[in-house]
Design a protein around this ligand. Structure first.
Ligand code: HEM
Length: 465
């Protein structure tokens, strides 16, 4: 699709079976869709994967525009992703950052190369499961190896299935035949995922009942996301939200928060290790802001201007997903002078936007400096939004990512910790410029091969253990 835009212009019309679709990589067209005509394009298509893997589209991310989506999104914004809630989990994030430093340090001490995909995946998953479920899955306080492996496996399958362009959504005959068994797979993952979520809800209900019996009541400070959801009133005066809605929201939070931040971190590490000059500058800044006598804290992150540019440049070249989640028009409209029918699918190609030669110079170069604010302006480097629509890591408008502040914090915290605690180089025998940047297409777009690297500690040993 990236090639379609560069070959045919900023707005391309496609007919996919019975479905009208448009795709774009142009900031002006994107501004028109996500800002000026935000109310027309704020819906989502009802694909087969969305119906089966998001509880009949009763979640936030895949729900069509309407009152249900509004209520679910408000629940996230007002009860789960408020600044206060996010801050209340900063202690957990600090522990996870310490575990990350300690686990990499043990590998470095034993002279072994570090599989960064594994460490960064665990960091993201543990942060999310601590907030959501009140437990860490990977590490010393394991929920149980079998449960952890199952959880990780289902999440990956879910992402893969949501990222597929399933021909059955466009050609009814294909759906009937299901020659590749995709629909069968979707239904199988749906069942396994539901069993998993139901078990979590039951565990939380039992724990709540035990606390009540012990006279412990509702300790708001100690509540994880699932506890919060179980305590909220439901629709139309119902005393509580129903289980399907709770499971749909849990599913969204896990899917939206884990892979996105882990994939971004792996790309940032890849590009920085590939460019030793960038690594040196990141570390000079960390030494200036944090020093070498303590570990990085969340309060440092706002002052790490150059690292913030590194993250922005990573989002330009490697947005977590190649497209925003598909949007859909709710009614017929005109876009850049063309007639667009109701129910047109809109694929906003953020991957091509970051490499659009009409927008960026020297598109293939990893150059964080391009995002530095003008000298003396004192401007802070914004990662989650920008008025120019030239980079859109979290989308914009009504459907923009409600977890952006949390996502940015998790990304910066992992990167700052790893660059501050260690010097990095490619594994023995590989030159920096030989580190590959091959990617695989999906709902997110990870590096094809996991990033392996050698780490050398830069701080006093007592800071790691
Ligand atoms: C680096 C991390 C993250 C990235 C890059 C990211 C990116 C995105 C993008 C591109 C969208 C689609 C926007 C659109 O379609 O216009 C989105 C939607 C969404 N994200 Fe994130 N996200 C991240 C972290 C999170 C976190 C931590 C949460 C919650 C815990 C979250 C929850 C959601 C939800 C619920 C939606 C759907 C919004 C809607 O349809 O109304 N995301 N995200």
């Amino acid at each position: 699709m990236a090639q379609l835009s560069s070959a045919h212009g900023p707005l391309v019309y496609l007919r996919l079976g019975a479905v009208d679709a448009v795709t774009t990589d142009d900031p002006e067209v994107i501004r028109e869709i996500l800002l000026r005509q935000d109310d027309v394009f704020a819906s989502r298509p009802r694909t087969l994967a969305a119906v089966h893997l998001a509880y009949g589209c009763r979640d936030v991310a895949l729900a069509p525009f309407g009152s249900h989506w509004k209520r679910m999104r408000r629940t996230c914004m007002e009860h789960l992703l408020t600044t206060k809630q996010i801050e209340s989990f900063s202690g957990h994030r600090k522990i996870e950052a310490c575990h990350l430093a300690r686990d990499v340090w043990r590998k470095a001490r034993d002279g072994e190369p570090v599989n960064l995909r594994q460490f960064l995946g665990n960091f993201s998953m543990n942060n999310v499961t601590r907030m959501l479920l009140g437990k860490q899955y990977f590490g010393p306080e394991l929920a149980g190896p079998a449960e952890a492996a199952e959880f990780m496996h289902i999440t990956h399958e879910l992402f893969w299935l949501l990222g597929l362009i399933y021909l059955g959504d466009y050609l009814p005959l294909w759906r009937w035949l299901d020659p590749l068994g995709r629909e069968k797979k979707i239904r199988e993952v749906e069942k396994r995922m539901d069993r998993f979520h139901q078990k979590i809800i039951e565990e939380h209900r039992e724990a709540m009942a035990r606390r009540k019996e012990a006279g412990d009541g509702e300790n708001k400070e100690a509540m994880d996301f699932v506890d919060v959801l179980l305590s909220l009133p439901g629709e139309d005066g119902k005393e509580r939200m129903d289980d399907t809605e709770i499971k749909a929201l849990m599913q969204d939070m896990i899917a939206a928060a884990t892979d996105t931040s882990a994939v971004t971190n792996e790309w940032a590490m890849t590009e920085v290790i590939k460019h030793p000059g960038v690594l040196r500058k990141v570390q000079e800044e960390l030494d200036r802001v944090v020093g070498r006598d303590r570990l990085v804290q969340e309060s440092d992150l706002a002052h790490l201007t150059y690292l913030r540019c590194v993250v922005r440049e990573t989002f330009r070249l490697h947005p977590a997903g190649p497209f925003l989640i598909p949007h859909e028009s709710t009614r017929a409209t005109k876009l850049m002078g063309y007639d667009i029918p109701a129910k047109t699918r809109v694929f906003i190609n953020t991957y091509a936007l970051g490499r659009n030669r009409r927008v960026w110079d020297d598109v293939d170069a990893f150059r964080p400096e391009r995002h530095l604010p003008p000298e003396g302006s004192g401007g802070r480097v914004e990662i989650s939004h920008g008025a120019d629509f030239k980079i859109l890591p979290f989308g914009a408008g009504k459907r923009r990512c409600p977890g952006a502040p949390l996502g940015v914090t998790m990304v910066l915290m992992a990167l700052a910790t790893l660059f501050h605690c260690f010097d990095w180089s490619p594994p023995e025998g590989v030159r920096c410029e030989e580190i590959d940047t091959e990617e695989v297409y999906g709902m997110t777009m990870p590096k094809a091969k996991p990033l392996m690297a050698a780490a050398r500690p830069r701080l006093a040993p007592n800071l790691y253990d």
